[in-house]
Design a protein around this ligand. Structure first.
Ligand code: M7G
Ligand code: MG
Length: 318
């Protein structure tokens, strides 16, 4: 805690009880006072100290659509492509049934799981090898799902661009699908970076995934170490993390310990059974909220104060 704590936004300290998006029934917080403190830090620090880190599948895409239609994951979009070899789906399904239970096993230590995840992504990469493939196939399937993003996603990415806030979309899925959906939804602005597994080609044929491999348990800022994006964000110590899985809450691990991190979790499946764990893990838990309204509210508060500061700066220089 620095001397920032004694400073307050121009209109006085913000209270969570006065922020209507945070007082709605489906918005839960275990420690509202902590959320309030972080929001005030964010507002005082301004956009130049902010960064956003978001999961893709079922965080940027919806967990539930109006027409009840299922939204495929990024791997699911690839699996729906027509030119995959006959046995591809069968073989990757076998891997899924073997490794998925390990990924979500509540009893196995993470260190042990990591080896299995490396095995899974490696074998999946091997199956994704040795046949011709065109990105346009992914684009065609992805175009059907560009409307399956959370309501006001377009506005949210617009806010982030206007405020110049670096936004990392982190996915242990397939980057080619992630970028295709984001591009076709017109939100792939220059401030947006996708870190994920991208297809690799050799001699005109698929050759697995590019390095570094991003799997469930290294999906955090430590894998960025040393790359350009790390240089861009490592001084931005005010971080909004958004995800739908418990593991997503760790996406900002690797940033300096002094950072202020606000974790937003979207909870949809088995709400009762999962609530306790989500409340332990995320600062704000949004239950069946298929919008970007809460993160947008935070950005609006930051922008309002920023504009007041700019105006005050102009007046004092007159
Ligand atoms: C290697 N591999 C991993 N997965 C799953 O893809 C998920 C991608 O991880 P994520 O990016 O954290 O996405 P999420 O938002 O869906 O959690 C992992 O959690 C795995 O369960 C996979 N799913 C499919 N269909 N095929 C694969 O080859 C495959
Ligand atoms: Mg997800």
């Amino acid at each position: 805690m620095g001397c920032d704590e004694k400073r307050e936004p121009a209109g006085g300290k913000l209270l969570v009880g006065d922020i209507s998006a945070l007082t709605r029934d489906h918005c839960r917080m275990r420690y509202p006072a902590k959320v309030e403190r972080i929001i005030n830090e964010f507002v005082m620090g301004g956009p130049e100290r902010m960064q956003v880190v978001s999961d893709f599948d079922y965080t940027i895409t919806k967990q539930r659509t109006e027409d009840g239609g299922a939204v495929p994951s990024s791997f699911g979009i690839f699996n729906a492509c027509k030119s995959l070899p006959e046995n591809f789906k069968e073989e990757t399904d076998k891997l899924y049934h073997k490794y998925r239970p390990i990924e979500i096993d509540p009893h196995m230590p993470i260190a042990e799981k990591v080896q299995y995840m490396i095995e899974w992504w490696t074998k999946s990469g091997e199956l994704t090898s040795g046949f011709p493939f065109d990105q346009s196939e992914i684009d065609q399937i992805a175009s059907k799902y560009k409307h399956a993003l959370r309501d006001r996603t377009h506005e949210f990415f617009g806010d982030l661009q206007r405020l110049g806030i670096p936004t990392l979309v982190f996915s242990a899925g397939l980057g080619n699908s992630v970028v295709s959906v984001l591009r076709q939804a017109n939100v792939m602005h220059p401030n947006v970076k996708v870190v994920s597994n991208f297809l690799q080609f050799k001699d005109g044929l698929l050759d697995g995934f590019q390095q570094p491999m991003i799997h469930t348990f290294n999906k955090n800022e430590t894998v960025l170490d040393g790359n350009d994006y790390y240089d861009l964000v490592h001084t931005r110590d005010h971080i909004i993390v958004m995800g739908d899985s418990i593991g997503d809450a760790d996406m900002a691990s690797g940033v300096p310990a002094s950072s202020h991190i606000l974790k937003i979790g979207f909870l949809f499946d088995h709400v009762e059974a999962n609530m306790e764990k989500y409340m332990d893990t995320f600062d704000i838990v949004l239950v069946d909220d298929q919008t970007m309204d809460v993160p947008r509210t935070l950005l609006a508060l930051i922008e309002k104060q920023h504009q007041l500061n700019l105006q005050a700066g102009k007046q004092s220089s007159l």
